[in-house]
Design a protein around this ligand. Structure first.
Ligand code: FO1
Length: 316
């Protein structure tokens, strides 16, 4: 039974891949839909097979719609691969697997974008189609591609590094685009939010790309409210993906404390996993130890409640 209390805070959640989507799902189960806006990273987006692929938006949409493939952390549950296997047989590019159901999302998105609609408008239509009530917003309506500079000096488009190279080439640095502007909807959400939650997503390729979009970082810093982050690193490891490996390659200790340090004064509170007990607070950062592993809906909802309660304490 979902209980929406009228005193619920207005929440903006910054989210990237699977960890961000799971917390967003927990928040959607706890908050009134009009109190939740999810601002999603689009730095992973790229043109492929004539389509505009938006992996993090789709992971959030599919997770909130309850149709996500929880094993892979991307794409749809119960997928079939008839179109993709035929692309392969025709010697087309099949290194990036697009399932038949997933293709429907990319085809309708491409259709509406080609008709001149913004990515924000298209995402809103897809939310309607998937029966998703909270607002899911791309961080920008402009392309904002993340590039990866590897230790050999090669500069790779994100999906080439992440999928084709299986995120194995060591990362020297993440290159983010200049002068990308936030969508009007994202700015409006940040103007009115009581709480900003930075989801347990990769700080470097999921959260930083969002903060890099003007004026998101400044708005989070300036507008008085509570800003809390959930650690994506548990006991020195990322639950999924390259976050811990990248931290080590970029000379950072792969730990929850190091993630808190990368967010610095942007955050008022930091939630780390109890498996990292004994994390020490630094210069006034409020800490909460919680079980941050979100397998099923119940854990997602529980963590969302704990994060909101923690943020509300900071607001008081
Ligand atoms: N990741 C893979 O490792 N292999 C794939 O073939 C793949 C296909 C894919 C298709 C659609 C989509 O939305 C995501 C897909 N991903 C795949 C994951 C994607 O690279 C990541 O979700 C993000 O870019 C990083 O979070």
């Amino acid at each position: 039974m979902t209980t929406f209390d009228s005193s619920a805070p207005r929440v903006v959640c910054l989210a990237g891949g699977v960890g961000g989507a799971k917390l967003a799902d927990g928040l959607a189960r706890v908050l009134p839909p009009s109190n939740l806006t999810v601002i999603v990273n689009t730095g992973d987006d790229f043109r492929h097979l004539g389509l505009t692929i938006c992996p993090d938006l789709d992971t959030v949409l599919y997770t909130l719609a309850g149709v996500a493939n929880d094993e892979t952390g991307w794409g749809r549950a119960g997928e079939s691969w008839r179109a993709m296997s035929e692309v392969g047989r025709l010697k087309g590019p099949d290194w990036f697997s697009l399932g038949d159901l997933d293709l429907a999302t990319h085809l309708t998105r491409a259709h509406w974008l080609d008709a001149g609609e913004t990515l924000t408008a298209v995402t809103s239509r897809l939310c309607e189609g998937f029966g998703i009530a909270p607002a899911v917003l791309p961080m920008s309506d402009q392309p904002a591609p993340t590039l990866i500079e590897t230790d050999t000096g090669d500069i790779l488009p994100f999906q080439v590094w992440f999928v084709r190279e299986r995120w194995q080439p060591p990362v020297r640095r993440v290159i983010l685009p200049e002068d990308v502007r936030a969508s009007a909807a994202a700015v409006r959400a940040l103007e009115t939010a009581d709480v900003v939650i930075i989801a347990p997503s990769n700080p470097f390729v999921s959260i930083d790309p969002i903060l890099n979009v003007y004026p998101i970082r400044a708005m989070i810093e300036d507008v008085p409210r509570a800003v809390v982050a959930v650690s994506p690193i548990v006991a020195g490891r990322a639950i999924k993906g390259p976050a811990a490996k990248m931290m080590a390659e970029m000379g950072l200790e792969p730990s929850a404390a190091a993630v808190a340090r990368t967010y610095g004064h942007l955050i008022d509170g930091f939630i780390y996993d109890c498996r990292d007990e004994g994390m020490a607070a630094e210069d006034g950062l409020a800490l909460l130890c919680a079980d941050t592993m979100m397998t099923g809906a119940a854990e997602r909802e529980r963590l969302a409640r704990e994060v909101i309660a923690f943020a509300q304490e900071l607001l008081a």
